[in-house]
Design a protein around this ligand. Structure first.
Ligand SMILES: C[S@@+](CC[C@H](N)C(=O)[O-])C[C@H]1O[C@@H](n2cnc3c(N)ncnc32)[C@H](O)[C@@H]1O
Length: 283
């Protein structure tokens, strides 16, 4: 079966019916969640601080809802109105922007503490958009240059994507390097046809949390449609992040409110309204 990016431009491929179908598919939900957890692991953010993240190609919010679950504040950009519509219906907490990432970002320098992008980058290589467009290398250059500026120094951006050749990987990494990023490619389960996943792990400055490229995962393939792997990772993340969840105490909530206020979010409750019990009720 052909990959979606070979079939039609993204905003057409992800029309109303495909956006709903994609989002309701439980296998998609599991796979996207699993890869988002792994991207967060590779992002290597300090465990005890709130962070403002960019979800590039956020779609209907399958990746974003993991950011919500993990307590991050985030903004998402996507080119497909129908995907963003579904994200709105699902009431994800991120701020959503309709945007073609190939045209570059207009965010203020240093706006984000990190970025993730799940199953998106291959679209910049493979599909024409219906917008006025230029060649993939030009679009990639604009994208990486403006992303580099939108990220704080040091920080990381982690992309899971589906390259169809080594040449594509080479093209993407060389353009990212020219835009000022360090880092490189991390491959999980390289010997498994089903479980193999490619991540581009980019560093701004030292990358935060160590300058060396993280190791890819290896081990046995699990032939259960990814479910067991997902559940295990989820559990592992929960245990690892147990610390993170438990630190949603007064200080953590106050810091998060300060972050919201800095970003100009309206209606952030006074600190005296602090309860620390129900996150949705607090913010
Ligand atoms: C497979 S979906 C992934 C969505 C989400 N990250 C997830 O994990 O479910 C790929 C997304 O990339 C978006 N996309 C593709 N090309 C794009 C572009 N040039 N600018 C912005 N978004 C784009 C599509 O609209 C689609 O929502």
């Amino acid at each position: 079966m052909s990959r979606p990016e070979l079939i039609a431009p993204p905003e057409i491929y992800y029309g109303d019916s495909e956006a709903k179908k994609y989002t309701q598919n439980t296998r998609n939900q599991q796979i996207q969640a699993d890869m988002t957890y792994r991207a967060l692991e590779l992002l290597n953010l300090p465990p005890d601080e709130p962070a403002y993240l960019l979800d590039i190609g956020c779609g209907s919010g399958l990746s974003g809802e993991i950011l919500d679950e993990e307590g991050y504040v985030w903004a998402g950009v996507d080119i497909a109105p129908s995907m963003l519509e579904v994200a709105l219906e699902r009431e994800v907490e991120g701020d959503l922007f309709l945007q073609d990432i190939g045209q570059g970002f207009g965010f203020r320098p240093g706006s984000f503490d990190g970025a993730i992008s799940i199953s998106v980058l291959q679209w910049l290589l493979n599909a024409e958009t219906s917008h006025p467009t230029s060649s993939p290398p030009h679009r990639l250059a604009r994208f990486f240059q403006t992303l580099h500026s939108a990220l704080r120094n040091p920080s990381r951006a982690v992309f899971q994507f589906y390259p169809s050749s080594d040449d594509q990987i080479q093209l993407i990494t060389s353009i990212a390097q020219k835009a000022g990023f360090g880092g490189g490619i991390v491959v999980d389960y390289p010997n498994s046809k089903k479980a193999k996943k490619v991540f581009l792990c980019l560093f701004v400055g030292g990358g935060g949390g160590g300058t060396s490229l993280p190791q890819g995962l290896d081990g046995e393939e699990v032939d259960d449609g990814g479910k067991a792997r997902f559940e295990r990772r989820r559990e592992r993340e929960k245990t690892k992040n147990g610390k993170r969840k438990n630190i949603k105490d007064r200080d953590w909530i106050l810091k998060k409110k300060e972050l919201y206020r800095k970003r100009g979010k309206e209606g952030v409750p006074n600190d005296s309204k602090f309860t620390g019990r129900k996150r949705r009720a607090v913010f």
